[in-house]
Ligand binder design. Structure first.
Ligand code: FAD
Length: 425
């Protein structure tokens, strides 16, 4: 960067150098798009995998099993080799889409950078819900962390923030945190889970058993105690029993939310179910020159999935620059009905191509199936057996014939709803 106020132009600017952003950028360059800039607020590219010091990453992308940091480095190398301009330590603070080119304001420790771009891809990923948003009461001592922060301490800073933490949650990331704890010789005192069973598949809960970490279901935190550091946590079981667990830290895992602040301030439509920007099947947001890819769209998926999706979105953007995407309007809306947390994409436009599948998440365990209604007409029924936080796919082609808005629900639950034609809008 040449000075305190730098101005650049790009065919495509990508916000976020995680697996999704880097694969979109690499694909765009491979398809001959001349000027592709990727910006990331971190000093290193690679996104979340930079601090996931464990395997398995990279089978799909590099045909071998890698740790997160090795995988992140390879993604960066591949992008730079393809001719992507990677700007690190560069936070996007606003996007102006008012007229002409899109104008992106960035803050860097070298000064301000303004980028004008024909297209933007937002690939800003997810974050875990912090203590404040979980409304956890009690003292405010040191030692209350999210998994992302723990991984940064351990793998990037080589620090041990606690020795005997209580782990809250049973998502995949909670299990990986057991391994992170092992790395620093920490022995979690217990895992607690508000639900009646684990969020991950039951078989995966062999890991805490193997490591001698007890798991308590139907249990929630009511109070955190400690003057300087965490000293104990009061928990309550669903049957009302209250108990105190001695520990020196609390690790809050999962409860992912898209990092959608930028999308929101840019005025993009945000889907209340996913918490990310609403898109059509070509990943176009409500401002059709701005696309989105990766976990910012659907909390939360694996690195490999986000990488593959980013690559696809790179192809859509290249098609759009060549004038080959169908109009962004008119579109029908896809709405998450009873039992469904979110549906992505949220809009379908007439035309060939786009994502092959819709991605959905259910609120709870499901054994009945999915049903989709256009107004009051049942247009699709799909058998389904799954749990919350697990990816559900439904072929986009199954909805291609719909002329009006569609609501997708869990079979049986939709009968208790007050659905009408207008509710589908
Ligand atoms: C704590 C945690 C642990 C995880 N562990 C695993 C795991 O073990 N295995 C797995 O497969 N998945 C894991 N995941 C899921 C993870 O989200 C995906 O692996 C993958 O990183 C998603 O890729 P992405 O490109 O969508 O987003 P990310 O990898 O999150 O990348 C987004 C990037 O955007 C940047 N950014 C955000 N806002 C701005 C801005 N305004 N300006 C500039 N840059 C910005 C961020 O710095 C970040 O580098 C984990 C997620 C979390 C939160």
């Amino acid at each position: 960067m040449s000075g305190p106020f730098d101005v650049r132009s790009a065919d495509v600017l990508i916000v976020g150098a995680g697996p999704a952003g880097l694969s979109a950028a690499t694909r765009l360059r491979q398809l001959g798009v001349a000027k592709v800039i990727v910006v990331d607020r971190e000093q290193q590219g690679g996104g979340i995998p930079r601090h996931c010091g464990h395997p398995p990453f990279g089978m799909r992308e590099f045909g071998r099993v890698l740790t997160g940091p090795a995988y992140a480095r390879k993604l960066v190398e591949r992008a730079v080799h393809a001719g992507v301009d990677l700007q690190l330590g560069c936070s996007v603070v606003s996007i102006d889409c008012s007229d002409g080119d899109l104008v992106v304001a960035c803050a860097t420790n070298r000064g301000a950078l303004t980028v004008t771009a024909k297209r933007i891809v937002i690939a800003t990923g997810v974050r875990e819900r912090p203590r404040s948003a979980r409304l956890l009461g009690g003292d405010r001592p040191l030692g209350i962390l999210n998994t992302g922060a723990l991984q940064e301490y351990v793998y990037l800073e080589r620090l041990a923030p606690f020795r005997r933490p209580l782990i809250v949650g049973t998502e995949l990331v909670a299990l990986s945190s057991l391994l992170t704890c092992r790395k620093i010789g920490a022995r979690p005192v217990a895992m607690i889970e508000a639900g009646s069973h684990s969020t991950v598949r039951r078989a995966s809960m062999a890991l805490p058993r193997l490591l001698g970490v007890p798991v308590r279901y139907e249990t929630e935190i009511v109070d955190i105690e400690g003057r300087r550091r965490v000293e104990a946590v009061t928990v309550r079981a669903r049957d009302g029993r209250v108990d105190t667990i001695d520990c020196d830290g609390v690790l809050l895992t999962g409860c992912f939310r898209p990092e959608a602040a930028l999308a929101r301030t840019a005025g993009l439509e945000i889907d209340t179910g996913s918490g990310g920007p609403a898109i059509d099947q070509f990943a176009r947001t409500s401002e059709p020159r701005i696309f989105a890819a990766g976990n910012v769209l659907h909390p939360v998926d694996t690195a490999g999935w986000s990488w593959r999706e980013g690559r696809k979105v790179g192809e859509f953007v290249a098609q759009d620059l060549a004038g080959k995407l169908p109009d962004a309007k008119p579109a029908i809306k896809l709405t998450a009905g009873p039992g469904i947390r979110y549906v992505v994409p949220q809009r379908l436009v007439p035309g060939e191509g786009g994502f092959e599948n819709l991605q959905l998440r259910a609120d709870n365990d499901v054994s009945s199936g999915l049903v989709a209604y256009e107004g009051n007409a049942l247009i699709r029924k799909q058998a389904l057996s799954t749990g919350p936080e697990r990816r559900i796919l439904a072929p986009t082609s199954a909805f291609a014939g719909a002329r009006g808005d569609v609501t997708i629900s869990i079979d049986g639950e939709e009968k208790t709803s007050n659905r009408s034609g207008s509710e589908c809008v």
